[in-house]
Design a protein. Structure first.
Length: 148
């Protein structure tokens, strides 16, 4: 049996983690988060792909290409969470079960962050736990894959 494959996608400005508003997002870099996710994935025997883009279209293309290739998608769409019908449509079209994640609790922040355009097409949302959101999402992604 081939290993479970999970695609992690990160949206705009997440390449700046570590120095970007550390009071909200912490001091951990995206590379550090990736290493922790990889270590946990290895211990669970899960294979992961971890990517970041500042470009909406590139994220759309990656989601489209995930169809049939990945068992689950974990996505921190960053600011596109609140604006992107294109990402929402791509998640729907890909038919890959998705887990929405955020470092911060978007519901406790500015009003415009309360609405997620992708939430309704994801299996669930994990928000507010900093880098731990990424680690919790691994368990969530394995469970949505299994129950897909
Ligand atoms: C974020 C929350 C978004 O509102 C924001 O635009 C981000 C990061 C988070 O992980 O907390 O860039 O997705």
């Amino acid at each position: 049996m081939r290993p479970v494959k999970i695609l992690y996608l990160n949206g705009p400005n997440l390449n700046l983690l570590g120095t970007r508003q550390p009071e909200i997002y912490g001091r951990t870099t995206l590379a550090d988060i990736e290493s922790e996710v990889r270590a946990k994935a290895a211990s669970l025997g899960v294979s992961i792909d971890f990517r970041q883009s500042n470009h909406e279209g590139e994220l759309v293309t990656w989601i489209q290409e995930a169809r049939g290739r990945f068992d689950a998608l974990v996505i921190n769409a960053a600011a596109y969470t609140h604006t992107s019908v294109a990402l929402r449509d791509a998640i729907t079209a890909s038919e890959v079960p998705a887990v929405e994640i955020h470092l911060s609790n978007i519901h406790a922040r500015e009003e415009f962050r309360h609405r997620s355009l992708i939430a309704a097409v994801c299996r669930g949302q994990i928000a507010g736990f900093g880098k731990t959101s990424y680690l919790l999402a691994l368990n969530a992604a394995i469970s949505v894959k299994v129950n897909a």
